[in-house]
Design a protein around this ligand. Structure first.
Ligand SMILES: Cc1cc2nc3c(=O)[nH]c(=O)nc-3n(C[C@H](O)[C@H](O)[C@H](O)COP(=O)(O)OP(=O)(O)OC[C@H]3O[C@@H](n4cnc5c(N)ncnc54)[C@H](O)[C@@H]3O)c2cc1C
Length: 578
């Protein structure tokens, strides 16, 4: 199915219809959680011919899945831990996503590995990268990215003049891939909806329906309308990441899976602050630090510390920011300061607990469990392997359904916008001419919407004022804000400025300078009046202020207390125990 044949929209009318539909007939499977794992499960189940509903308490990808390092990678450090199977699986997924499933959203990215020890390090890192590159070949696919190469210090400095000469003795460059994590989740959900899945955000599961021991569905609070509904399903999948244990408690079950959270903080700085043509990977005491090219910016991270505080809004403290700056500055000739930091974001890794007290050593592999009849739990893993996780979860669903369900076919299902992408990319100059937009704009649009670009261009044709860039965030056209509401499930200002775009971390004003304009553009399709526009801007402003202040605090506890001072625009309900 291509965009031209009608990719499903996730607009306001579709949300209402999905909730109504979910409330009216028993589904084969209902998925709790609209992060990458839940989205993957919905797509896997829908493409096996099952009837599926997905419920997300907040915005799609508002949990961990918009707060990652945005890499589709095998993970060099798992290689060092001799976890070859995990690396091979992830690299095969990388090849599949790059070449077949989402070539419009997943892109190769180079990294320079500076060597600091003379003698043993080059052969050691080199051997690791020979293995990394060869594990990346998969059946029927090439690796999808160039192979690694060794560089002298002089050649490395030509690629990355920002590096301090004395900080390294030579380097190896290798390739991985990157993705806009939040947009990818939304695109998986649009694809799932195209294959018939019913999808709703701001719909929080607050309880379970039971018949004896068996789970027969969920109780849901529609956080926009305030209403409650029951969704009956033959199987329920819990894909709630760091909230897994809460759902487990809701069902009253002794947990088979325990997930705990480890916080990772990233900084965003303008591209001109680090003069380099390549990303950089640095070893740290615990793990690695990435300097990742990201449009006109760099993303630098991450930290890895235990987190037991608020999971919806993990806060970055001054200590987190200092940690990242200190480590990157160790290799830069012109150090970064806090004044260079445009954006900061924190995410929580859903780690399967119990193996070790050191969060960075906890397993990234996933598990699937069937704690009570009718309920499947899936947790752990990483973004890169979401498709494998989803497949395993739906295999468990199929087992519980007691009927013949076809095997997973998502390895052959391109995401919405993928089909025809390469041909459109090759025609970008012609598209620029016919649309009147600069070719750089067309490239930007193609890398966000793929072959669904027509739908954005139609908006512009109807209202040429939408061809103007946002004042204060000129990477984005005004049309993108409208499209985020009509097609991409955005319901509040925060959704648009944080996840459909990343203006909140890509500008020094953190989105405040465009908040009013964006809210006014959203008002039409969402039917907002002047009061609601004001309310949206106020809530967004409070959020940014609270985040800024929390980033001045020395400890997690202080940062968390301040971040929690900014309320949610729609209060998320406290779940009722069964
Ligand atoms: C700092 C950091 C960097 C990372 N970098 C990478 C990387 O570069 N590459 C990689 O492969 N992986 C990376 N990861 C790991 C990856 O991001 C996660 O494994 C993945 O995003 C987890 O997805 P998820 O769907 O399990 O969880 P989430 O995205 O958190 O989704 C769970 C969803 O469930 C919803 N929910 C919770 N309770 C309810 C309820 N009662 N009703 C309805 N919905 C509910 C939540 O709102 C949330 O949206 C990184 C993680 C972190 C923290």
């Amino acid at each position: 199915m291509t965009a031209r044949m009608g990719t499903a929209r996730l607009g306001p009318a579709e949300r209402s219809a999905a909730l109504e539909q979910m409330g009216s007939a028993e589904l084969d499977v209902v998925v709790i959680g609209g992060g990458i794992v839940g989205a993957g499960v919905a797509l896997d189940a829908a493409t096996r011919g099952l009837s599926v509903g997905l419920l997300e308490a907040r915005d799609f990808a508002s949990g961990t899945s918009s707060r990652s390092s945005k890499l589709i990678h095998g993970g060099l450090r798992y290689l060092e831990q001799l976890n070859f199977d995990l690396v091979r699986e992830a690299l095969q997924e990388r090849a599949l996503l790059l070449q077949r499933i989402a070539p419009h959203l997943v892109r190769p990215v180079p990294f320079l590995f500076p060597l600091t020890h003379l003698g043993w390090e080059r052969p050691y890192v080199g051997a690791g990268l020979v293995m990394y590159d060869s594990l990346g070949f998969s059946f029927g696919f090439t690796r999808g990215v160039p192979g690694h190469r060794h560089l002298s210090r002089r050649r490395a400095l030509r690629l990355a003049p920002a590096l301090r000469r004395t900080a390294f003795s030579g380097a190896v460059q290798y390739w991985d891939a990157q993705v806009d994590d939040a947009r990818y989740v939304m695109t998986v959900l649009r694809t799932a909806a195209t294959y018939g899945a019913q999808v709703a955000s701001r719909a929080q599961v607050v309880g379970f329906l039971r018949e004896g021991e068996r789970v027969t569905g969920v109780r849901v609070r529609d956080l926009e309308a305030g209403a409650e509904l029951e969704v009956r399903a033959r199987q329920v999948v819990n894909a709630t990441g760091v909230w897994t244990d809460d759902i487990q408690e809701l069902v009253g079950g002794r947990g088979q899976i325990h997930v705990r959270a480890s916080k990772g903080v990233h900084l965003v700085v303008p591209r001109d602050r680090i003069h380099s043509l390549t990303g950089i990977i640095l070893r740290t005491e615990k793990s690695v630090l990435f300097v990742i090219p990201w449009g006109r910016h760099w993303i630098i991270g991450t930290t890895d510390t235990r987190w037991d505080l608020d999971r919806a809004h993990p806060a970055a403290s001054r200590a987190d920011i200092d940690y990242v700056l200190e480590h990157v500055n160790a290799v830069l000739s012109v150090p970064l300061t806090r004044d260079d930091v445009e954006g900061v974001y924190a995410g929580l890794r859903p780690l399967l607990s119990g193996e070790s007290e050191e969060t960075s050593k906890l397993s990234r592999e996933h598990v699937v469990a069937h704690p009570v009849p009718g309920l499947v739990m899936i947790a752990g893993g990483k973004y890169t392997t979401y498709r494998v996780m989803a497949r395993d979860a739906v295999d468990a669903v199929a087992h519980g359904l007691d009927q013949r369900v076809p095997p997973s076919c998502t390895d052959r299902v391109p995401l919405a916008g993928a089909e025809g992408y390469q041909a459109l990319w090759n025609s970008r100059h012609r598209m620029a001419q016919s649309s009147g937009l600069h070719v750089a704009r067309i490239e930007h649009l193609l890398q966000r919407y793929g072959s669904m670009i027509d739908e954005v261009l139609v908006l512009i044709e109807r209202d040429p004022s939408l061809a103007r860039p946002l004042t204060g965030a000129d990477d984005h056209l005004r049309a993108e804000i409208v499209y985020a509401v009509t097609h991409e499930g955005a319901r509040h200002l925060n959704d648009v400025l944080t996840r459909r775009t990343h203006v909140s971390i890509e500008t020094f004003h953190r989105g405040l300078a465009v908040a009013e304009e964006a809210a006014e553009l959203m008002a039409g399709p969402l039917g907002w009046d002047g009061e609601q526009i004001k309310r949206e801007v106020e809530y967004y402003t409070k959020r940014v202020e609270a985040e800024r202040l929390s980033q001045e605090q020395d400890t997690d506890h202080e940062a968390d207390a301040i971040r929690l001072g900014a309320p949610e625009i729609v209060p998320v309900a406290t779940p009722d125990p069964v």
